[in-house]
Design a binder for this molecule. Structure first.
Ligand SMILES: Nc1ncnc2c1ncn2[C@@H]1O[C@H](COP(=O)(O)OP(=O)(O)O)[C@@H](O)[C@H]1O
Ligand SMILES: [Mg+2]
Length: 313
């Protein structure tokens, strides 16, 4: 069956996602959450993505290491240099945008305001169709934003097993992680979790790569590992930094185990057909929200970005 017909017949997942996210509003300049491309005064996204003007601060040494936990310091200058939200930093356009995104996801995770919590809504897959659309950038910012609230504990899982980048982006030495626990059922993923000096934020590395990522992930142990992570701390939010949906099949397997997908759409880049194809591969999870990344701001503060197929009619 062709992917386009499957998404049509599945009922308008894209339309529902767009409606939930009021995607059309992004085009009318209204309040749809959209992540700006860059903060005023900071390097442009192109500089950030390719050749930073100044070298990033060095990798952090471990502050503490024991068999059970690693605690690492996250360099705040390094965060700022890459345009991430800086804990205890000033309120910025970026932190405000993620506050809006976070609210919707937390409401779905925990319920409230007349809404029931979604089954496993505390597990959020941050995905996109292609590489380089901002999955890791948004997953880290979302984790930082959620952790900044006193009551939230966030576990950020580096789940782009083929190209893990959460740890290197944050300047943390990589270590054993999710794939190691998948390959060896005598070890607990929990034991690979790295605590950070950002209160409420911990990280699970991707771990050692195998050539059989998808086969391993398809096995029942994946559900067990993720269930254990939830059982060990039922109120923590687990954010998975996903592989791109169209480039790797693990994304569709991960979608089976989460309650929410945050789909990153890159302004002016992600095509309608790529988004449809990606969403049809992620149909294991039927609660999808869209996030427009790299939206540009006009001098009046209006957001705009062209998204093929969803322009204002
Ligand atoms: N809104 C944004 N503003 C500034 N830089 C961004 C933004 N979105 C992504 N980037 C940068 O673009 C590059 C690619 O993003 P990344 O999150 O690594 O993509 P992915 O995880 O989808 O492959 C990274 O260097 C990231 O920091
Ligand atoms: Mg990534």
């Amino acid at each position: 069956m062709n992917k386009h017909s499957s998404i049509k017949s599945s009922g308008s997942l894209v339309e529902r996602a767009a409606e939930m996210y009021d995607f059309g509003a992004a085009f009318r300049g209204n309040a749809a959450p959209a992540v700006p491309v860059v903060e005023p005064g900071l390097p442009t996204a192109a500089q950030v993505g390719t050749a930073p003007t100044a070298p990033l601060p060095p990798m952090q040494p471990r502050v503490h290491h024991s068999a059970a936990t690693r605690v690492v310091e996250i360099n705040r200058e390094r965060l700022a240099a890459q345009n991430f939200i800086v804990p205890d930093g000033p309120v910025s356009g970026l932190s405000e945008e993620f506050r809006i995104v976070k609210r919707q996801l937390l409401l779905a995770a925990r319920g409230g305001k007349g809404f029931d919590a979604l089954p496993h809504g505390e597990r959020i897959l941050v995905c996109s169709a292609h590489p380089n659309e901002g999955k890791t950038y948004c997953a880290i910012n979302l984790a930082l934003s959620m952790a900044s609230e006193k009551d939230n504990r966030v576990l950020l899982v580096d789940a782009d097993f083929a190209k893990p980048s959460v740890l290197s982006t944050l300047g943390i030495e990589s270590g054993r992680g999710f794939m190691d626990a998948l390959a060896d059922d005598t070890v607990e993923a929990e034991s690979f979790i790295i605590e950070t000096d950002i209160e409420g934020l911990s990280i699970l590395p991707a771990g050692s790569r195998t050539n059989q990522d998808t086969e391993y992930l398809a096995a029942a142990r994946t559900a067990q590992i993720i269930d254990d992570l939830t059982r060990n701390d039922p109120s923590r939010i687990i954010i998975f930094d996903s592989p791109p949906a169209l480039a790797a099949s693990p994304a569709s397997v991960l979608a089976l185990h989460v309650g929410q997908v945050l789909m990153i759409v890159q302004a002016d880049e992600t095509t309608d057909s790529a988004l449809h194809d990606a969403l049809s591969l992620l149909n294991g999870c039927d609660h999808v929200q869209l996030l427009l990344n790299r939206a540009k701001f006009s001098p009046t503060g209006r957001k705009f970005g062209n998204y093929y197929g969803y322009g204002a009619s």
